[in-house]
Design a protein around this ligand. Structure first.
Ligand code: ADP
Ligand code: MG
Length: 602
């Protein structure tokens, strides 16, 4: 074959494929245009998951009659004129590709009336070619109706996802924009049924209630003002990175990270690093493999991000990615730490033993939903929703508060059950303590405190090994080890080279005495090797978690009274005694009044 330049039509279909990946992409692009046009109402009507119809109507500025054809040309935009403008994009669109791309792969009708016109214009396009134009009466704004999507791109048509999937993705786009723009009234219908609407009254929490339900909205923790600081972005009041929004307390969690939603300057974005910063903020507060929900608005000066990374505009690059990461992590951590879960055993008599369900897609500990079963204990427990605790719980919380916030009350050891649980009595009733989880928490806090005290200058207590232990590492592991030698020394490992890829361990962190030194070192190096984590601090946390796990008292170990006393005293002194570093509860509380209730005394 000879080398030829592709025809315009082929070229535009290829390009369209990048912008219009699926019917839901049309919804996204048309909503963005409506927002850019200053709409205060946006109605989205879908039929058959978009295969039959996608229509977006807005009451924005409208398009001038003499420009309406131009709007559908590739690289036609009113939002950008020079390369310099690309440095500081303030609108959602800027590439001038969406309308051309959508038109290239569908039948499209647009009716638009600009604010200063008395009549509107209707333009009909088929595969990007004009097939009709007339003057019509129309309200101010723009209505774009897309039918027969991908009629001329059989490859796309054959790979369309199910109608249900497409609807779900569309719902996600619409709700995201409704959250980012609470002053705009959104309405979404699927096959003539309203499936979502927001009031446009400007209240973010109202929109969140419409999206996630009033129950959940009532439990959200706010960051900063909570509100989206779009005004300050427009007015250039932001100098670095600011973050606001809402996150869930550690008592609510889900099996995937899909509920972490991020906006940067009013644009919904995908960003693994920032998503990770959110997850990281819940470190040790959530069970492994469970994720929070978050809606975060980042405001940054427009010139400090690059939004022109991909045609769909959902990826962005930060000039100061680390700053964004740490700002998000810190803000979320702060909001979350103000909230420490207090576990209460309720429904003591209802037995369930189905265990920890990783696939549960409901909030695992929400008040009215099924309580999370504790298989080993054969009793299940729930915790109370903030603010709506019942009388006895309130009393115990008050008692705890008197004893110093989230700390534990002074407890008396009663005994041990099943070589795994310690029973204690406190001022507010009975406590069951998981000895393994409690010991992990104690060790973790000790280790962290020692680390913080050392603050990278002094080293942590090291325990010398009389004969030393030789460990052999792979070439990549040994290069990591030599890179991180300083860090390893600071946590108590004294390691020296002992031939190619072999090392002599002279000392281990005192915290780890008793466990195999070479295994401990290899574990740490493997953690560093996997280091997908962007922060050094995070790496440390991970290492520490791991060493705790191997060093902690195991379930199934009989403890004498002195050991139990020591454990309880140490737990009482913990800053965050209610969960182990992996987020599981360390203790369950049964109040005196709950006991009375269970025995039918009340
Ligand atoms: P972009 O949004 O990147 O500018 P589009 O292809 O999405 O490119 O739109 C092209 C142009 O058409 C926009 O710049 C805008 O001037 C105009 N336009 C598109 N949709 C609307 C709308 N709903 N209301 C008013 N003008 C619109
Ligand atoms: Mg656009």
């Amino acid at each position: 074959m000879n080398i030829q330049i592709l025809s315009d039509q082929v070229a535009s279909q290829i390009a369209a494929g990048e912008v219009v990946e699926r019917p839901a992409s049309v919804v996204k692009e048309l909503i963005e245009n409506a927002i850019d046009a200053g709409a205060s109402t946006i109605n989205i009507d879908i039929r058959n998951g978009g295969r039959q119809l996608i229509q977006v109507a807005d009451d924005g500025s409208g398009i001038q009659p003499q420009e309406i054809e131009t709007a559908f040309l590739r690289h036609a935009t009113s939002k950008l004129t020079s390369v310099d403008d690309l440095q500081a994009i303030r609108s959602l669109g800027f590439r001038g590709e969406a309308l051309a791309s959508i038109a290239a792969v569908s039948h499209l009708t647009v009716v638009s009336r600009a604010g200063d016109q008395s009549v509107g214009t209707r333009l009909i396009l088929e595969g990007g070619y004009k097939s009709g134009r007339e003057t019509v009466g129309a309200p101010q704004g723009t209505v774009i109706a897309v039918t027969n999507i991908f009629y001329n791109v059989p490859a796309r048509l054959n790979f369309l996802k199910s109608v249900a999937t497409e609807k779900r993705v569309m719902d996600e786009y619409v709700t995201r924009y409704a959250i980012a723009y609470p002053t705009i009234r959104f309405r979404l219908t699927h096959d003539n049924r309203i499936t979502f609407q927001s009031s446009g009254n400007g209240s973010l929490i109202d929109v969140l209630a419409a999206v996630y339900g009033p129950d959940m909205a009532g439990q959200l923790l706010s960051l900063g003002t909570g509100e989206n600081a779009l005004d300050s972005i427009a007015e250039n009041q932001i100098s670095e990175v600011s973050v606001s929004g809402f996150v869930t307390p550690p008592t609510l969690h889900w099996s995937n990270r899909g509920r972490i939603t991020l906006f940067v300057n009013g644009r919904w974005i995908r960003n693994n690093q920032l998503t990770y910063a959110v997850i990281q903020a819940y470190h040790t507060l959530l069970p492994a493999g469970r994720y929070p929900m978050a809606v975060l608005f980042l405001a940054v000066p427009a010139e400090s991000v690059d939004v022109n990374v991909h045609p769909t505009k959902t990826e962005i690059r930060f000039k100061k990615a680390n700053k964004a990461f740490s700002t998000v992590q810190r803000a979320v951590r702060q909001a979350v730490m103000a909230e420490s879960p207090v576990r209460q055993a309720t429904h003591f008599s209802s037995f369930q033993a189905s265990g920890w369900s990783g696939s549960l897609d409901q909030p695992a500990f929400s008040r009215r939903e099924e309580p999370l079963p504790q298989a080993a204990l054969d009793l299940d427990w729930t915790i109370d929703e903030r603010g709506t605790v019942d009388g006895d719980t309130q009393a115990s919380q008050n008692a705890l508060a008197k004893l110093g916030g989230e700390r534990l009350p002074i407890m008396r050891v009663v005994g041990q059950v099943g070589a795994s649980y310690i029973i204690t009595e406190g001022p507010e009733g009975l406590y069951l303590i998981d000895q393994h989880a409690a010991h992990e928490r104690v060790l973790y806090e000790k280790f962290m405190a020692a680390w913080e005290a050392a603050n990278g200058q002094e080293t942590m207590a090291a325990q010398g090994l009389v004969n030393g232990t030789v460990v052999h590492l792979s070439p990549s592991q040994s290069s990591i080890l030599s890179d991180q030698l300083e860090f390893l020394t600071s946590i108590g490992f004294e390691v020296e080279s002992f031939g190619p890829s072999a090392y002599m361990i002279r000392s281990v962190p005192a915290m780890l005495t008793g466990i195999d030194p070479s295994k401990a070192l290899i574990d740490v190096v493997e953690d560093l090797e996997r280091g997908d984590t962007p922060l050094e601090k995070t790496i440390e946390d991970r290492i520490i978690l791991r060493v705790c796990k191997s060093a902690a008292v195991k379930a199934g170990q009989t403890l004498d009274r002195q050991e139990m006393e020591a454990m309880i005293r140490q737990l009482e002194n913990c800053r965050n005694p209610h969960t182990c570093p992996h987020g599981r509860p360390t203790l369950i509380h049964l109040s005196v009044s709950q006991l009375a209730k269970e025995f039918g005394r009340t």
